[in-house]
Design a protein around this ligand. Structure first.
Ligand SMILES: *Cc1c(COP(=O)(O)O)cnc(C)c1O
Length: 400
C-alpha cells in the first residue's frame, strides 16, 4: 500500500463536475476580478465563522500583512509571535517594517506559551499574533485577557485552523483581526493561492479592503500605499463550491485523529501523541496530526535495527535523529510524512540579524527535532490508517 501525506485526488473526483462548471462559467463570463462570486464568498465565509466582516485577498500571507497594516502596525513596532510556525507569520511582521519577537511554545500543545508573554513585552510592543498551529485553537480567553491588560492588538493566524472553535466560537472571531489561508493543503483549499481577513470592526474591514486595492477607497483616489491583493473570481467560485463541505471534512479529520490516537495509544512512551482533549466546546481543526519522536538512544537503536534488517541499502552513517529515522522507516514502507517544521523561524538564515541563537527557544528547537506529521486528509480510509499505524509499530518492533 502507498499512503501520501495529503492528496486532493478523491475530493476533486467527488466535486469534479461542480468545480468544472463553476470555473468554466467564470472563464466564459470574462469577469475575473471581483463580482458576485467574490461577494458571495465573503458573505458565506462571514456567516460560517460568525463575524460581521470578511474581506477576501490573495493569500494567507497577504491577509496577515493587510491586517497588520490596517491596525497601523509598522516601523518601530514589535509584534510577539511563535517561532514554531510557518515562516509567513514572521515574514508578514517584517514586511510591514516591524520586528517579530519570538516567545517559546508550550511543549504539550505546541502553541504560544501565554505564561511567557509578559517577559517579552517592551514599550515598543504593539500586537500579538497567536498561531492556531496544526488546527489547534489557542486559549483565546487567556490570550485576549492578557492583550487587553497590556493594550495590545491581536491578529489571529488561522491559516491552519479553518473549522476550529474555541469555546463554541470560530477562530478568527476573537482578535481584532483573523487571517485565513486557502492554500490547497489547508482545511478549506482553493485551486491556487487565496486568503481572507475577518473582523468585527467595520473600519478595519474598510481599511483592509482599501489596502488590498492599492490603498484606493474609490477609483483612482489613493489615500495610502497599498497592495494588489484581491481574491480572484475563479478562486472564489471554487471556495463557494467547497464551503458547504467544510464541516464534514473537519469531522472526518477529527475521526482520523481519534483513530490514530486509539490505535497508537499503546505506543505512548515511545512516541507522543497530540494530547488535545475534544469534548469541551472547543474543536481542533486537525489540519495536521503531529506526533513527537523523542531522540532517545533506545528509539535510535530500535529504528536503526529495523532499517538495517529490512532495508540494508539505506545508508545510516549520518547521525540522524530518531524522528528522521522513523521518517525513513515509513518512507521505505511507502508512507510519506512531512516535517512541520524542521528549522524554527528564529534560526532561519533570513533572521540572523535578529540575534537569536541555538538555545534561545529550547522547547521550539526540541520540537523541530522531534515532530512528524502523519498522513492526514478527510478521505483517508481506515485501511490506510491501519497500515500507517502498523508500519510505525513495525519500525519500533512492537509487532513483527
Ligand atoms: C499557510 C500558512 C500561512 C500563509 O498562507 P499562504 O496562503 O500560503 O500565504 C501563514 N501562516 C501559517 C501558520 C500557515 O500555515
Amino acid at each position: 500500500m502507498q499512503v501520501p501525506p495529503f492528496t486532493l485526488s478523491k475530493q476533486i473526483k467527488s466535486l469534479g463536475k461542480d468545480l468544472d462548471e463553476a470555473v468554466l462559467r467564470i472563464l466564459h463570463s470574462g469577469n475575473f476580478i471581483g463580482g458576485s462570486e467574490v461577494k458571495s464568498f465573503e458573505e458565506s465565509f462571514a456567516k460560517l465563522i460568525d463575524v460581521p466582516f470578511v474581506v477576501g485577498c490573495n493569500s494567507g500571507t497577504d491577509a496577515l500583512i493587510l491586517a497588520l497594516r490596517a491596525l497601523d502596525i509598522g516601523p518601530g513596532d514589535e509584534v510577539i509571535t511563535s517561532s514554531f510556525s510557518f515562516f509567513a507569520t514572521a515574514e508578514a511582521i517584517s514586511s510591514v517594517g516591524s520586528v517579530p519577537v519570538f516567545v517559546d511554545v508550550d511543549p504539550i500543545n505546541f502553541l504560544l506559551n501565554i505564561e511567557l508573554l509578559e517577559k517579552a513585552i517592551t514599550p515598543a510592543t504593539k500586537a500579538i499574533i497567536p498561531v492556531h498551529l496544526f488546527g489547534c485553537p489557542v486559549n483565546m480567553d487567556k490570550l485576549m485577557e492578557f492583550s487587553r491588560k497590556h493594550n495590545l492588538k491581536v491578529v489571529e493566524d488561522c491559516a491552519q485552523a479553518c473549522g476550529a472553535l474555541w469555546r463554541d466560537n470560530s477562530v478568527g472571531s476573537f482578535g481584532d483581526v483573523g487571517c485565513f489561508s486557502f492554500f490547497p493543503t489547508k482545511n478549506l483549499g482553493a485551486a491556487g493561492d487565496a486568503g481572507a481577513v475577518s473582523t468585527r470592526d467595520k473600519l478595519i474591514a474598510q481599511k483592509v479592503r482599501e489596502l488590498s486595492v492599492h490603498g484606493m477607497p474609490r477609483r483612482y483616489l489613493h489615500s495610502s500605499l497599498g497592495y494588489n491583493s484581491r481574491l480572484d473570481s475563479i478562486q472564489a467560485s471554487v471556495l463557494n463550491i467547497k464551503i458547504p463541505y467544510l464541516s464534514n471534512w473537519v469531522k472526518q479529520r477529527f475521526l482520523i485523529a481519534k483513530n490514530y490516537k486509539d490505535l497508537l495509544n499503546d505506543s505512548q512512551g515511545i512516541i507522543s501523541l497530540p494530547s488535545y482533549q475534544e469534548g469541551s466546546k472547543s474543536k481542533h481543526g486537525w489540519n495536521q496530526f503531529v506526533i513527537r519522536v523523542p531522540n532517545s538512544k533506545k528509539n535510535k537503536a530500535l529504528l536503526k535495527k529495523f532499517l538495517n534488517d529490512n532495508f540494508p541499502q539505506e545508508d545510516l552513517t549520518e547521525d540522524l535523529s530518531s524522528r528522521d529515522l522513523l521518517k525513513k522507516a515509513l518512507k521505505n514502507q511507502n508512507i510519506d510524512t512531512i516535517i512541520y517544521y524542521p528549522i524554527p523561524i528564529h534560526l532561519q538564515p533570513a533572521y540572523k540579524k535578529l540575534g537569536y541563537s541555538k538555545g534561545s527557544l529550547p522547547i521550539t528547537e526540541r520540537l523541530c527535532n522531534e515532530v512528524l506529521s502523519l498522513p492526514m486528509f478527510p478521505e483517508m480510509t481506515i485501511e490506510e490508517q491501519l497500515y500507517v499505524v502498523e508500519s510505525i509499530k513495525k519500525a519500533f518492533q512492537l509487532i513483527a
